[in-house]
Design a binder for this molecule. Sequence first.
Ligand code: DX5
Ligand code: ZN
Length: 226
Amino acid sequence: MKVKLSASVICADLADLASQIKELEEAGVDMLHFDVMDGHFVPNLGLGPVVIEWVRKVTSLSFEAHLMIANPGKYIERFVAAGSQIVALHIETVDDFRRATGRLQMLGASPAVAINPQTPVDRIEPLLEVVSQVLVMTVQPGFAGQPLIRETLAKIGRVRDAIEKRRLNVDVAADGNVSFQNAPAMVSAGANLLVCGTSSIFSPGLTTSEGVRQLRAALARPPSSL
Ligand code: DX5
Ligand code: ZN
């Protein structure tokens, strides 16, 4: 299975975003990931629909909006209108998740379900039929630059098993500390989509194209034991 790479825009050089995106496109990145934060669901602030709208003008890559916000249902339309093809909502923030996925589909977007490190996999299992992706947080949501929470590797495996058991075609994404070292272990656990931030593509001291190249090379090697 080909592993898809999603570049985390919040980790890019935002003063030079258009040229960074061009470099990412040329390096073969599959999509762009926008971390949206509200200072309530997570103790940090992030990107919003205005940024997505501007970036939409300079690329045709797929966009996913990762809504780390309270009451995300209120903003679904805004994020789709701004140009997001995928909208990830946290299971911890939505009461009627099926209704939210129905709304996203009506708007022409793909729903994804995001899950925090402490939330058990059985919370999202009933939703596997109605989402295109499960976004497994491998760090606490909110900040780049955190260490991997190792227990989340087994969780990626549980999510993948639950999908296989139902013979569904759902992406399993890992978000947080997708480093050159951790990425192969995440993939062998069952992830086929990696959200790449400061730990790989936007590693300080590397160009983004070198970051993508090193990550692809790491994925071609067998995983080291963590
Ligand atoms: C957490 C963020 C981070 C970030 C990725 O809310 O989503 O996962 O974008 O960056 P690193 O690689 O620093 O974890
Ligand atoms: Zn994210």
